[in-house]
Design a binder for this molecule. Structure first.
Ligand code: UDP
Ligand code: MG
Length: 245
């Protein structure tokens, strides 16, 4: 008496396999790819698993070379709990990672133009999550952002639940800023600290950033500090603003 199951396998398996296997293999491979992509995504976002609470934010703006980075560093040294996130530094770090995004960022920086708003905003959000995950910090100096209406809108889209305390505007005459940038250019290694790109950065500032500063001014959000002084003197005025928080 032949074993029915064996007979069944012997007789029908080839036909069954031919129609079933390619299909199931496809499903299997598709699932494996999705699982791998998902895992990569969750690894990438691991620092963002922790939900960010409402943060205190100060936007720090001013022309190129106004001293935004310097003053932010002084604030983090003297004011407890404040962290410094420089949009420019985050973009330069992302550029280092290369790829298509790195190229796009590099082209914008080397041309004195603004990087697409969503890219910058996403990097800032990631930076805030990282600081919070590491130290629990919820006070952020956002240096060099928002620089345009598009930047401000991108912030509003995803980050509007944070409290923007004020916009610190470092007010400095153009000739002073140019002098500082050219001096910095001798050692900074930055491909935008040369006269040709500096000119374009000033154009971008006048065209895109000045209107957004005016817009915040109309809402009573801007605190101006004269930045045409030594860094400690400028900081004395900056510090007074943080005392009120
Ligand atoms: N940048 C940008 N969006 C930002 C901040 C910077 O696109 O929100 C780009 C832009 O090309 C700018 C460059 O990064 O010219 C350098 O910015 P950074 O803030 O480092 O320069 P700074 O104004 O402090 O001299
Ligand atoms: Mg800077």
């Amino acid at each position: 008496m032949p074993d029915k199951d064996c007979d069944y396998h012997k007789g029908t398996r080839p036909t069954f396999n031919l129609s079933f296997c390619p299909f199931s293999l496809g499903i299997f491979l598709g699932t494996a790819v999705l699982v791998a992509l998902n895992r990569r995504q969750s690894q990438r976002n691991s620092s963002e698993d922790e939900t960010l609470p409402t943060c205190q934010v100060v936007f720090v703006l001013g022309g190129p070379g106004a001293g935004k980075g310097t003053q932010c560093e002084l604030v983090t040294q003297h004011q407890p709990g404040w962290s410094h996130l420089s949009a420019g530094d985050l973009l330069r770090a992302e550029r280092q990672r290369g790829g298509e995004l790195g190229d796009t960022i590099n082209k914008c920086i080397a041309d004195g133009r603004l990087v697409p708003s969503k890219v910058t905003c996403r990097l800032l959000e990631k930076g805030m999550h990282e600081v919070y995950a590491k130290s629990g910090g919820t006070k952020f100096l956002i240096d060099g952002f928002p620089r345009s209406q598009g930047n401000a809108e991108a912030w509003k889209d995803t980050m509007s639940h944070h409290k923007v305390e004020f916009v610190l505007f470092l007010d400095c005459p153009e000739e002073v800023m140019i002098g500082r940038l050219l001096e910095r250019g001798q050692t900074s290694g930055r491909n935008d600290d040369n006269m040709q790109v500096i000119k374009k950065r000033f154009e971008t500032f006048e065209l895109e950033t000045a209107p957004i500063v005016d817009w915040y001014d109309q809402q009573g959000k801007v605190k101006r500090v004269s930045a045409d002084k030594g860094q400690e003197d400028v900081y004395a005025d900056v510090a007074a603003l943080f005392e009120t928080l």
